[in-house]
Design a protein around this ligand. Structure first.
Ligand code: BTN
Length: 256
């Protein structure tokens, strides 16, 4: 047993040596009525998925590939908050475990020394005004060596082991992540603590106060990121001095 000592997250854990995608398995279990807090974790993914239809390289024993099932009583619009919550919880967990400084690139990329070490894929099943379940998929490049990182990503991605010079204890990191998500999810449910959590998110987010290129499909524009509101939307001043409110959806952003 992992002795998690959490109230919701990880009260049930399903472990696989190899699987297509932990998000797909978590969605399947959620559709079959599993309790919230269930974690699917795998040593390897053969069909790991990233945002925007990208693939997510997930070699055996080298990373943390996990998905958490949540059943919050919220409107579909609010689900984005869970993505931000997860990014903050995981960044804190990695900092506590390794001592590395982990920044957040809005909405949910975790970055060490300017390179990505973790991505989060949030998938939701909802009706018009009610969420059935949300799956939070977390991929951490923990003990990947330089050779495990695809050539075309070498200047954009890194791993904890590459940054630290030694391998991390993945079980320990998994424990910290589960506990941190449990703690912040409790804040989310008790709404009154949400504002403080967003203050912390803003402090860790590298985009605030910087220029960025916002892309959706073929359309790109540049602006100045001025803030992130309490709903997790990015506030960007465009070239005409107009304030735009960006929700994560299919948007990708790049600092300039
Ligand atoms: C991204 O940055 O594009 C998101 C990457 C998310 C990867 C994780 S690994 C565990 C879970 N299962 C998947 O297939 N994807 C997520």
């Amino acid at each position: 047993s992992l002795g998690l000592d959490t109230s919701i997250i990880g009260r049930e854990i399903v472990h696989f040596l190899s699987i297509g995608s932990t998000n797909d398995k978590a969605k399947e279990l959620a559709n079959n009525g599993c309790r919230e807090g269930l974690i699917v974790v795998a040593e390897e993914q053969t069909g790991g998925r990233g945002r925007l239809g990208r693939q997510w390289v997930s070699p055996q024993y080298r990373g943390i590939w996990m998905s958490v099932v949540l059943r919050p009583d919220i409107q579909p619009m609010e689900a984005q908050k869970l993505t931000l919550l997860s990014a903050l919880a995981v960044s804190n967990a990695i900092e506590e475990c390794t001592g590395l400084k982990v920044d957040i690139k809005w909405p949910n990329d975790l970055v060490v020394s300017g390179k990505k070490i973790c991505g989060i894929l949030t998938e939701m099943s909802a009706e018009v005004d009610k969420v059935n379940h949300v799956v939070i998929g977390i991929g951490i490049n923990a003990n990947m060596s330089a050779e495990d990182i695809p050539d075309e990503l070498k200047d954009k991605a890194t791993s904890l082991a590459i940054e630290l010079g030694y391998n991390v204890d993945r079980k320990n990191l998994f424990r910290y992540i589960s506990r941190n998500i449990d703690e912040l999810y409790t804040c989310f449910i008790n709404a009154n603590q949400w504002h403080d959590l967003m203050v912390e998110y803003r402090e860790k987010c590298i985009n605030v106060g910087r220029r960025a290129v916002i892309s959706k499909g073929d359309v790109s524009w540049e602006g100045m990121v001025t803030d992130i509101d309490d709903d997790g939307a990015l506030i960007v001043l465009d070239g005409h001095g107009e304030k735009k409110r960006i929700i994560s959806g299919d948007v990708s952003i790049r600092g300039v």
